[in-house]
Design a protein around this ligand. Structure first.
Ligand SMILES: *Cc1c(COP(=O)(O)O)cnc(C)c1O
Length: 379
């Protein structure tokens, strides 16, 4: 299937069939009528926003969320249909582009709303962000009447189509976090209930984790902003995925060279790995400039010929080394798996992330542009 030899350095394979399975399993778990805003920010968490959104358009998804105006324009230029909500900041000078490309802007706070009104961008489609405890963006839910009047000001001048908040710890099973999340939901309900007369069409709270854990705790559950679970990863390491939901991305590279390193030599920059007994070493032409985390230096693993091999020495910008002393039949061109689609093994993005104190989101969204994405329909 991969006859293009230029791809045989470092590449990811993305299973579009599994993408659809993840979406369907998630929707089935909730109820059929639930509508999804597919979160395809950051190039669809590294999976390629245009292809992912196209695939989702084909199966009826008509709502998307991105992080900035450039991401929205990229989708429009690829003829993606439906609503595209920009979740973050757009500089005021670029609001014209939001209108031109028929995108929807999140309104961050009163200053931002005032600037937009001052500049006369009355055709702007927008949604109001409410801050219920994340302290990132949004009108303060604790100042209910003040926030309500700001919302009404925006509603009078602009094309306000929705309102939403974001849960900061919906993935947690810690009791205090559960109480906090319930408070966030309650604060949001309290604001939205004053705005019934506006008949806003998009009212949403839940992200991937929220959809699973808080679906029955809110009436505003018919619209869900679904990100990480679409891609088959966990909102956090202890969060159980529904059966049949799996990662859709596998990252592969190859062996570029095999050699022996004798005892008392060192491997890699800073002489970070000291060879005690002679080792067989394979070099892998992928590095931190490809988005492979340097924190895996002397720590991570890869899969080669069905066996686990340890990373030795520091990850370089474009290469790293593995110990293949106990692994047979390794030669130039032998494939290695860096990130696997199996959710439970050592090489799932979530487990690799956990081993270096981060989250799967960061691993997949950091895979750099120079790593080609190859799309497959089932395996
Ligand atoms: C990224 C993001 C999401 C998606 O979160 P997941 O945990 O990936 O489902 C939803 N809402 C907002 C506001 C976001 O920024």
């Amino acid at each position: 299937m991969y006859s293009n030899s230029h791809l045989k350095r470092s590449w990811v394979e993305i299973d579009l069939e599994q993408l659809k399975i993840n979406l369907q399993v998630y929707k089935n778990f909730l109820k059929d009528k639930v509508d999804i805003i597919a979160v395809v920010k950051a190039d669809a968490y590294g999976h390629g926003a245009v292809i992912i959104a196209k695939e989702l358009n084909k199966i009826g998804i008509k709502k998307f969320a991105v992080s900035n105006v450039e991401e929205g324009i990229e989708l429009r230029n690829a003829n993606i249909e439906g609503d595209i909500l920009i979740l973050g900041y757009t500089p005021i000078e670029n609001i014209e582009l939001v209108i031109k490309y028929n995108l929807t802007q999140t309104l961050l706070n009163e200053d931002y709303i005032d600037l937009i009104i001052e500049k006369g961008y009355f055709k702007l489609k927008c949604e109001i962000a409410i801050d219920t405890g994340m302290n990132r963006i949004g009108l303060d839910a604790n100042e209910k009447s003040r926030s309500e009047s700001i919302i009404r000001k925006a509603y009078d001048k602009l094309k306000v189509t929705g309102i939403f908040t974001h849960l900061s710890c919906a993935d947690s099973t810690n009791e205090e976090n559960i109480d906090f999340t319930m408070e966030q939901i309650f604060k949001f309900h309290s604001i939205v209930s004053c705005l019934d007369d506006l008949k806003l069409s998009n009212i949403h709270i839940l992200n991937s984790a929220g959809g699973i854990s808080y679906f029955t705790k809110t009436n505003y559950n018919n619209l869900i902003r679904l990100g990480i679970i679409l891609y088959g990863l966990r909102p956090s390491i202890s969060f159980e995925l529904l059966p049949s939901i799996k990662p859709i991305l596998r990252w592969k590279s190859v062996v570029s060279m095999v050699h022996k390193v004798k005892s008392n030599d060192f491997i890699g920059y800073s002489r970070n790995f000291h060879v005690k007994e002679e080792l067989s070493i394979a070099t892998i032409p992928t590095g931190y400039a490809d988005g492979y985390p340097r924190y895996l230096s002397n720590k991570g693993h890869v899969l080669i010929n069905g066996q686990i091999a340890k990373i030795v020495g520091n990850i370089c910008m474009d290469q790293f080394m593995i110990d293949i002393t106990n692994i047979d039949n390794v030669e130039i061109g032998t494939e290695v798996i860096l990130i696997d689609t199996d959710d439970v093994n050592l090489l799932s993005a979530d487990n690799v992330a956990y081993s270096i104190n981060t989250i799967g989101y960061e691993i997949i969204s950091n895979i750099s542009k120079r790593v080609p994405r190859i799309y497959i329909e089932g395996e």
